[in-house]
Design a protein. Structure first.
Length: 733
């Protein structure tokens, strides 16, 4: 009897892809060896080619039906498929036909892994036999018109949830022996994965952003971009999403919002891009002072790498740039008393070549000397590199902060780099924070030249500086970052915040573009209800917690800051110094059978401020880097712990029986109003068809208790199987 083969080519499991479902609904195996996606998008029209190479590791020949879910929201106009170069005949199922098919598979397999595909239109075709040990290459091509909302276009690539090591969704029972892999079958390895999108537009492409994956964007000009996603590991589960804006190239802005509940605050994320390509008139000149530690501890390879980085920067100065060099040990030595132009580069290289390591570390006087050179500069920037603590001159951290701040009334950006672990992270981070810059750290095994030159390439072309945003109409709260950074060519500003009152908001931007003042107005809607873009809330929480931890580390802990960190970390499942043990505690409590008490004596309750209060050493450096990653996060942090998930802004915990339960569910008070549904029953599928937003909870498994539309719902194998639509609507509408 032929098997029903579900080769979900959009699926991205952890180690394999391809699920073969037989008449009994129990899966066999196919392994994905290679996966490639190539797409060309003109404005809104995408031409997509997907290539998969599958291996049958079993003994039996596999044949059946291939199901290919098409991207939601896309209007597909042409579709073709080949297997090993032979065209495959097939049919396009409607969303309703596909839903019935997927529901039948879920009902028989008793596993909700495929629920995410319900509602997708699907291409169905017979698969040619794949003998045991053989491979097949499947190539699919389709044209699609992508959905557009205003100027924003969305490209989606549906991905399936992660599977186990053999590409099989986890089942409550083992596979029978006849389904086992053949002897000497190749081990399951990560497939070779590659995704490449070539975007072209008639006007301009701005605000390219993926909330789901880390992407690389290469710009040919303002109308064309190439987006790539190369992975040695397979693509993550979930869904690849790319947003981009079509419109004028000048300071494009896009707003994303998320407010799943009317009685709770909403969240927003504002993207702002500088013009992707600026001419000489818009290129802002810069005055750069490089301050280099030449104390005795820098001797050897460290100093040689730092000197190579200086030469790299000197060679890449623009015609309108000016520079200065400050070398310091116990004393301060400058290349020239003031700023010099690019014509002085040869003399500067000679100065760099003569630098030697000796003496102590006079950070205070070196920074004051650098700031004095920029006293009248409107374009100043300081790059400061040191590998030690202040040991000469003024060594008190507080007085260094105050004196440097007093000498910097213009707010010149100061970018400190700490080399190694024997640096004062609180001093360096504080100096950066006060000027709207950032500090970074170079580990002993890292190459100084590579890190500094990469930084310089990032800030080499300042485009938009002195940024300030005001909001009229709706008052936002908890904005991150609090002080806006400068924007450089190829960069992007991400501003996140929270709002309580829906309505129309006007955002007014002030800044300097090149040497000219600029002012822009943007009008956006902050909705009363918006269940899409759930990544916005988690991204805001990640960045907000980073801001709070940075403030605690630099200025000390208080109850208000600590309590907000703990509340946000528990609500969104984030790991922090305060809640890493709380996550373990919650997972342990969730794993206990009902009625059992937990013994908390073994739980480590080491004060969080023990790590946050460290200023020097490896732990202090790693803490600083982690907090900065949270502050500058471009994607939401994943949930902490295998037994914790955050869905639609709600935290769910998994207990020992494998059931997922909302963290706020109280059995003593909430059970009376609980609505139950039997897993994989008619009532279950009717509920999901009426309320597809509940799919995110249902995918977790066959035992889930979650909060939905003002009441708790429990999915389990014992609930009622027959509930009519009218009753469900009365409960949830």
């Amino acid at each position: 009897m032929p098997l029903l083969a579900l080769l979900s080519v959009f699926a991205m499991p952890a180690r394999g892809q391809g699920v073969v479902v037989g008449p009994d609904g129990r899966p066999a195996t196919l392994l994905l060896q290679a996966h490639r996606v190539d797409a060309t998008v003109h404005d809104q029209v995408a031409v997509v080619t997907v290539t998969h190479t599958f291996l049958n590791p079993g003994r039996e020949t596999v044949e059946g039906t291939l199901l290919f879910p098409l991207p939601p929201g896309a209007q597909v106009s042409r579709f073709s498929m080949e297997i090993d170069g032979k065209e495959l005949a097939g049919e396009l199922l409607s969303a309703e036909e596909a839903r019935q098919l997927y529901e039948d598979i879920v009902r028989r397999s008793l596993d909700p892994a495929l629920l995410e595909l319900t509602g997708y239109r699907t291409f169905r075709a017979r698969v040619f036999p794949i003998p045991g040990g053989a491979t097949r290459t499947i190539t699919l091509r389709y044209d699609a018109t992508l959905p557009r909302e205003g100027d924003r276009v969305t490209f989606r690539y549906p991905l399936q949830a992660s599977l186990d090591s053999w590409g099989v969704p986890p089942l409550p029972r083992p596979l029978p022996p006849e389904r086992a892999p053949r002897e000497n079958a190749p081990a399951a390895t990560a497939p070779r994965s590659h995704l490449r999108l070539r975007l072209k537009a008639v006007t301009a492409l701005t605000n390219l952003y993926s909330p789901s994956h880390r992407i690389d964007v290469q710009r040919k000009d303002e109308r064309e971009a190439i987006v790539t996603l190369d992975n040695d590991e397979p693509f993550d589960g979930g869904e690849f999403v790319l947003y981009y804006r079509l419109g004028p190239a000048d300071l494009g802005a896009t707003l994303f919002t998320h407010r799943p509940y009317r009685d709770r605050p909403g969240y927003f994320m504002l993207l702002l891009d500088p013009p992707p390509f600026t001419g000489e008139a818009a290129a802002r000149p810069k005055d750069l002072v490089f301050v280099l530690d030449t104390s005795g501890s820098m001797a050897g390879e460290k100093l040689e790498q730092a000197k190579a980085a200086l030469r790299y920067i000197l060679d890449r100065l623009e015609a309108h740039d000016r520079f200065a060099l400050v070398a310091f040990s116990s004393d301060v030595d400058t290349f020239r008393p003031g700023l010099a132009g690019p014509e002085a580069r040869d003399d500067a290289r000679y100065f760099v070549d003569r630098l030697e390591a000796r003496g102590g570390t006079n950070i205070h006087d070196a920074l004051l000397a650098a700031l004095a050179m920029l006293e009248d500069s409107p374009h100043g920037m300081i790059v400061f590199l040191t590998d030690g603590l202040p040991t000469s001159g003024e060594t008190d951290e507080g007085r260094i902060h105050r004196h440097v701040g007093a000498a910097n009334p213009r707010g010149v950006r100061l970018f400190p780099f700490g080399v190694g672990y024997d640096v004062n992270t609180r001093l360096l981070d504080g100096l950066a924070r006060e000027t709207g810059a950032f500090a970074d750290y170079i580990a002993p095994e890292e190459n100084i030249e590579e890190r500094i030159t990469a930084f310089y390439d990032r800030v080499r072309h300042p485009v938009l500086t002195g940024l300030d945003l005001t909001f009229d109409g709706v008052a936002p709260e908890a904005l991150t970052p609090r002080r806006l950074p400068d924007l450089y060519r190829g960069g992007q500003l991400i501003l996140t915040g929270r709002y309580r009152t829906p309505g129309t908001v006007t955002v007014v931007l002030h800044g300097t573009l090149g040497d000219a003042p600029v002012r822009r107005r943007y009008t956006f809607a902050l909705p009363a209800l918006e269940r899409e873009h759930d990544f916005v809330a988690r991204l805001w929480a990640t960045r907000r917690v980073g801001e709070l931890l940075d403030e605690i580390r630099l200025y000390g802990e208080n109850d208000e800051l600590r309590d907000e960190v703990i509340a946000l970390a528990k609500a969104f499942g984030l790991v922090t110094p305060y809640t890493s043990y709380l996550v373990r505690e919650e997972e342990g409590r969730a794993a206990l059978p009902p009625g059992c008490e937990r013994d908390d004596r073994h739980v480590s309750r080491e004060p969080a401020d023990a790590a946050l209060s460290l200023t020097t050493g490896r732990v202090a450096v790693e803490m600083s880097k982690s907090i900065r990653q949270m502050q500058e996060a471009g994607r939401a942090a994943p949930p902490a712990g295998a037994g914790l998930r955050v869905v639609a802004g709600r935290t769910l915990l998994r207990n020992a029986a494998g059931a997922w339960i909302d963290a706020e569910f109280d059995a003593a008070t909430d059970t009376a109003g609980l609505h139950r549904l039997r897993f994989a029953s008619r009532a279950y599928f009717t509920f999901l068809r009426l309320y597809p937003e509940a799919l995110a909870f249902a995918r977790l498994g066959d035992r889930v208790t979650f909060f939905f539309r003002g009441r708790y719902v429990r999915i389990d194998p014992e609930g009622p199987a027959e509930i009519d639509e009218q009753t469900l609507k009365r409960w949830f509408d």
